[in-house]
Ligand binder design. Structure first.
Ligand code: FE2
Length: 192
């Protein structure tokens, strides 16, 4: 497949003040665009031409870093824009809440663990809610990796690369993660 960059499902200023228009202009329009452009160039002439995005991410992990880094980040960011919405972070749909309580103990514990995972991910990476062996778990991964390449299915991810928060929060990564959980998460998309 050829990667393309869809617009987020809201305007660039719709997530402010928790995530600014300027952050979206850099993060979506420049950083995500670069993963799309560089990914398409890296895939040209390889075995990955014509494969689905998930097949490319899984197939290139540990084998072709140029393809994996860009395809992995393209996959992560495609969902990241949809995992947020204006006035997000409200109540969690019942079925999902039940699965979170079964897997992690409580919604509050999940939020605490998720923020801790993002805070303690050393350097660039992501914190996740994922489904592993039928259970909801919290994970963290470096760089462009995701639960997909660690035997799990990601259902929520937060980007903790500095390009995701430095304009709005400078070095205050925990404040960014708290704002993400309290005000940005689109729990309906997570449930889906
Ligand atoms: Fe990013």
């Amino acid at each position: 497949m050829t990667f393309t960059l869809p617009n987020p499902p809201y305007s660039h200023d719709a997530l402010a003040p928790h995530m600014s228009k300027e952050t979206l202009e850099y993060h979506h329009d420049k950083h995500h665009q670069a993963y799309v452009t560089n990914g398409n160039n890296a895939i040209k002439g390889t075995e990955f031409e014509g494969k689905s995005l998930e097949e490319i991410v899984k197939g290139s992990f540990g084998k072709n870093p140029a393809v994996f880094n860009n395809a992995g980040q393209h996959y992560n960011h495609l969902h990241f824009w949809n995992w947020m919405k204006p006035n997000g972070g409200g109540s969690i749909p019942g079925e999902l809440e039940k699965a979170i309580v079964e897997g992690i103990g409580s919604v509050d514990q999940m939020k605490t663990d998720f923020i801790a995972a993002g805070t303690t991910q050393f350097g660039s990476g992501w914190a996740w809610l994922a489904v592993k062996d039928g259970k909801v778990v919290v994970m963290k991964t470096p760089n462009g990796e995701s639960p997909l390449v660690h035997g799990a299915t990601p259902i929520l991810g937060v980007d903790v690369w500095e390009h995701s928060y430095y304009i709005d929060y400078r070095n205050r990564r925990p404040d960014y993660l708290k704002a993400f959980v309290d005000n940005l998460v689109n729990w309906e998309y997570v449930a889906k």
